[in-house]
Every structure is written in C-alpha cells, then in structure tokens.
Design a protein around this ligand. Structure first.
Ligand code: UTP
Length: 218
C-alpha cells in the first residue's frame, strides 16, 4: 500500500515540538502498515523569506527557490523526528525509486508541494493522496477570511479547479494549487483534504476510514 501525504508547513511549527512529536508518532506507526511518501510544505518561514526577497527581485523563479529550501528544512526536521533517511529525494524520479517510507520537500519552481505530492501519487499509482493542511477541508471561500464560507464534504475535481484558478506566484496561498488539481484529474487520484492538526482525522484518512474533511471526486 502506497500513500502520499502533502503535509503543509503549518503542520510542522518548529516552535511546537510536542505537536511534531505527536504527528511523527502517528506517521511512524502508519509507516509499519504502508509505505508513506511525505511531502512537506514551507509554512510561515517560506513566506517570511519570500516576502523579504521580493523587495530585491521580481523573479518568481528565484523566490520559488527560496520557498523550496524552506520545504526542505521542514523535510529534514520531520525526517529527524521520524528517524527516517536524511537522503531527502530532490526529484520525483529519485522519490519513486524509494523502497521504504520517505520525506521530501519541493522540487522545481512554479508549483506548491501539493503538486509534488500529486505528481508522486500519479507516478507511483498510489492508493491514496492526502492533503493535510491547516483547515478541515475545502470551503467555498477561505474560512479564515470569510467565516460564513461553507465546507464541502465532497467536491468534484472540475469544481475544485474553478475554485483554485489563481495565477501562480511564489508563496501563493490556495487550498490546492491549480497544477496539483490538474494532475489529480489526469490521474484520477483518490484525494482527501483535511486538517493535519486533527490527528484522529489524519489517522482515519491514512487507514481509509471515515474522516473529517473533504473528498475530491474524480
Ligand atoms: P508550499 O506552498 O507548498 O508550502 O511551498 P506550504 O504553504 O507550507 O504548503 P500548504 O499551502 O500549507 O500546503 C512554499 C513555497 O515554495 C515554493 C513555492 O514558492 C511555494 O509557495 N515551491 C514549493 C516551489 O517553487 N516548488 C515546489 O515544488 C514546492
């Protein structure tokens, strides 16, 4: 069983080691029952560095490269907590060759780690792709800005593509980036979106049980 998880950087706050320990315990346990391909996001540090560098360049590619480094820092942090290999794959080609569970960060500019996860899931023909972010699913609008936004229990991928149709820039904050959505559609990838801070929900999704979040219909 192969499960790909895109773990948003917000799920790995370096100032909250207790949470990192708790999420690691769950992932470590699950890695005994399935092969996990965990892709970590860059979180707030990616944005702080991207925003600082934005004063000095208009090159989104350069800014993306800063973001990618932040994702790799988080990958190494999680690999340390999990006691997984420190050989963080830098490309999808290297990641698909892994025979044990792995952690990795971003790969190329112009996308988010959700796109890395979706590409991995497509190439591996993975059983499931879990997007663990800091909201408990896909909403009609960003619920942090619009409290009246409604959560989808399930949403068709074509609808999601319309919802996430934002032009790319480094540090873009959308629930799932457009590129990832298109790969999910192309690969008919079984995808679930949930709040990674809700460890029960994450565990349920890992084991293909009923969970609190959103099912992406493909
Ligand atoms: P993410 O946007 O994936 O991190 O990467 P995140 O915000 O922690 O993830 P979510 O949104 O919670 O799931 C941070 C930045 O790193 C660059 C982009 O600039 C992105 O905004 N990046 C990441 C790339 O350019 N390529 C990659 O493959 C991954």
């Amino acid at each position: 069983m192969k499960v790909v998880i895109s773990l948003g950087g917000s799920i790995l706050p370096p100032e909250d080691v207790t949470f990192i320990q708790n999420v690691s315990s769950l992932l470590k346990k699950a890695s005994k029952d399935m092969t996990l391909y965990i892709v970590t996001g860059g979180g707030k540090f990616a944005r702080i560095y991207i925003n600082a560098a934005r004063y000095f360049t208009h090159s989104e590619k350069k800014l993306d490269r800063i973001g990618i480094l932040a994702t790799k820092m988080n990958a190494l942090l999680l690999a340390t907590a999990l006691d997984f290999s420190y050989q963080i794959p830098s490309t999808i080609d290297k990641a698909v060759k892994a025979t044990t569970s792995i952690v990795m960060g971003g790969t190329i500019p112009g996308q988010s780690t959700d796109a890395v996860g979706a590409t991995l899931a497509l190439r591996l023909n993975a059983d499931r792709f879990i997007i663990a972010t800091d909201v408990n699913g896909v909403y009609t609008d960003d619920p942090k800005i619009y409290p009246e936004a409604k959560k989808y229990d399930s949403i068709h991928i074509n609808e999601l593509i319309k919802l996430c149709n934002k032009k790319w820039h480094a540090g873009l904050n959308v629930i799932i980036d457009k590129k990832a959505c298109k790969i999910i559609k192309k690969g008919n990838i079984k995808t679930r979106v949930l709040n990674g801070k809700d460890l029960k929900s994450l565990e349920n999704a890992l084991y293909d049980q009923k969970f609190d979040g959103t099912i992406i219909e493909v």
